[in-house]
Design a protein around this ligand. Structure first.
Ligand SMILES: Cc1cc2nc3c(=O)[nH]c(=O)nc-3n(C[C@H](O)[C@H](O)[C@H](O)COP(=O)(O)OP(=O)(O)OC[C@H]3O[C@@H](n4cnc5c(N)ncnc54)[C@H](O)[C@@H]3O)c2cc1C
Length: 543
């Protein structure tokens, strides 16, 4: 019965149910990266070592895939030939000579060591059952990522007392280029390895710090918004510090001029045991590697009939409102106290396929919070005006979203500061459902959408994201993109009116020259042949 709630389990119809099809080649969740690289699933250290030796002998790069949820070519690009490994079947728990448990918790040190191939939801289910007083120190909104993928990227949640998830890592068991596992606990070395996109080797186990907490309570509100500096100063003055709620999240609906606000605080009451596994079974189900939205049939139908609902006011405004209301519903489910660890993605369904663009803007006071939202509002107004004049058919169908995150002293971090957590950032994000929309020219051609109205729609969409990114980057010179999402938009070589992300020139300017030099030196030491250096890492490190 529980499984029936997930449409993907009932609609086993091949093309419409992407998850039930076993797709041996790597594709990412949002479908902008589709490769011919067959995924291998090593089960033990020995099998990983063999993969490394084979790749080295064949001059291939090894790249890891977690749950394939990065929008950027963090695993590999569509045209990048690589040996792609997944730890979905990996365990050393039953190894006869050197067993390593899949999960061990040290309540005294408040740390957990977990198999990097585990999904966060599995990890959380175990914690909730046996160690309910603990939560990961920082949580993402989603629960459908692997532990290895989360700490190899600049991922974050909305925890006001923490920063990036990777910065909660105090130990990594890594199989490096020579093929031997090594335990890294030295902070100097960890600063290189955290969020390094697999460039330092295959992470098999991660030791993360846990947060001892009491029962959480969730408050949500729907507040009127005024686009003035004064309003933002008042609204955010108590929300940009460490002393407020433990977690916060914001959605901005420019049609209604509303802010949907969710805040989670500790109650001081001891936590009860949590049955997260029940929540997982009854709500959205699991995700496999690559694209698997819960509304696949809707995506497929909209794609097949080339229908652009975004040109209809009623539909568009309704969709933006739904994106806020759906999150509010998730918060309200939290309020019932049944699933606070999955504090955002607690919906009785998963998320339709989407493209996300996100940047991290430094926050010294509320001024940059205002600027970051205003920039998005101004671009929204341009599209609305053009739409009214009958010129524009692309308008975002999801609300703008924001959370706060503290800076990181890990060398790959976009929101870098020499001292960890010394600078607050607002991570601000514009999603859009990907029905009929592409961030990759070749994918648009492959889907037969590179002409007529859908091409026009895509040119407008990509220009919208290009303009918005440019305006966000201009807000403050310290602004940086979220490296898992879409960033670095520039005119496509194949169509100057279509803008594609991951432009080489912008990618190579994200990390500062001194950090690039440091990482290059370290990588040369650890992996002289570059067996783990994929195209994106090379682009980040280019001089
Ligand atoms: C619907 C959705 C919601 C999202 N919500 C958030 C959010 O709330 N906050 C946020 O910050 N991000 C969010 N993201 C982005 C997402 O959290 C990151 O892309 C994350 O890295 C995905 O984890 P994954 O397991 O899918 O990793 P993948 O995308 O598969 O891999 C990410 C990187 O990690 C490397 N890697 C994976 N496993 C290993 C390993 N064992 N050893 C070495 N390297 C490894 C890969 O090579 C790659 O470079 C969201 C993405 C989606 C699609």
């Amino acid at each position: 019965m529980a499984q029936l709630r997930d449409l993907r389990h009932t609609l086993r119809l091949g093309a419409v149910n992407r998850e039930s099809d076993f797709r041996p080649n790597f594709e990412n969740w949002s479908g902008n990266i589709v490769t011919r690289n067959t995924i291998s699933f090593p089960k033990t250290d020995a099998e990983i070592t063999t993969e490394i030796h084979t790749a080295k002998a064949g001059g291939l790069t090894i790249t890891m895939v977690g749950a394939g949820h990065s929008f950027s070519p963090a695993v590999c690009d569509s045209d990048e030939v690589a040996s792609v490994l997944s730890l979905a079947s990996y365990s050393m728990a039953a190894d006869a000579t050197t067993p390593v448990p899949d999960l061990s918790v040290d309540p005294t040190a408040a740390t957990a060591t977990v198999n990097a191939g585990w999904m966060l939801d599995r990890f959380m289910a175990e914690l909730g059952k046996d160690w309910p007083d603990f939560l990961c120190e920082a949580q993402t909104a989603g629960r459908i990522f692997t532990v290895g993928g989360l700490v190899s990227m600049c991922t974050h949640g909305g925890c006001m007392k923490a920063g990036l998830i990777a910065d909660t890592v105090v130990g990594l068991r890594i199989i490096k280029a020579e093929g031997e596992p090594k335990m890294i606990t030295d902070e100097t070395e960890l600063r290189y390895c955290r969020m390094s996109l697999g460039a330092f080797g295959i992470i098999t186990h991660v030791t993360l710090t846990l947060r001892r907490i009491t029962e959480l309570e969730v408050k949500s509100s729907e507040d009127d918004m005024k686009m003035t500096e004064e309003f933002f100063a008042n609204y955010f003055k108590d929300k940009i510090g460490k002393d407020g709620p433990l977690f916060q999240q914001f959605f901005f609906d420019f049609h209604q001029m509303k802010i949907y606000y969710g805040a989670w605080s500790e109650t001081g009451v001891q936590r009860s045991q949590k049955n997260y596994q029940k929540v997982i079974d009854e709500r959205a189900g699991s995700r496999g590697v690559g694209g698997a939205p819960v509304l696949p049939f809707l995506d497929e139908i909209l794609d097949a009939v080339d229908f652009n609902y975004r040109s209809t006011d009623f539909a568009l405004k309704g969709m933006v409102k739904v994106s806020c209301e759906a999150s509010k519903l998730a918060w309200d489910l939290n309020f019932k106290g049944e699933n606070d660890a999955f504090w955002v993605s607690s919906l009785p369904g998963a998320i339709p396929a989407a493209h996300y663009m996100a940047v991290m803007v430094p926050v010294d006071d509320t001024v940059n919070v205002f600027k970051a939202v205003k920039v998005a509002y101004d671009r929204f107004l341009v599209a609305e005006k053009e739409h009214k004049e009958g010129m524009c058919t692309y308008r975002p169908d999801c609300a703008l979203e924001a959370r706060f995150v503290w800076s990181s002293d890990s060398y790959f971090a976009p929101n870098y500061s020499d001292k960890r957590h010394s600078q607050l950032y607002i991570a601000i994000e514009q999603p859009t459902l990907s029905s009929n929309l592409y961030v990759n020219y070749d994918e648009m051609v492959k889907h037969g959408d590179a002409d007529g109205e859908i091409l026009a729609l895509n040119r407008e969409f990509s220009k919208y994201f290009f303009d918005l990114e440019k305006a966000w980057m201009a807000t403050d010179r310290r602004t940086r993109p979220h490296l898992a999402k879409a960033f670095g938009f520039a005119p496509s070589a194949k169509d100057p009116d279509f803008y594609e992300p991951y432009n080489h020139q912008s990618v190579k300017h994200i990390l500062s020259p001194d950090r690039k030099a440091k990482i290059r030196t370290k990588l040369h030491e650890c992996d002289p042949t570059g067996v783990f250096k994929n195209k994106l890492v090379s682009a980040f490190l280019e001089e």
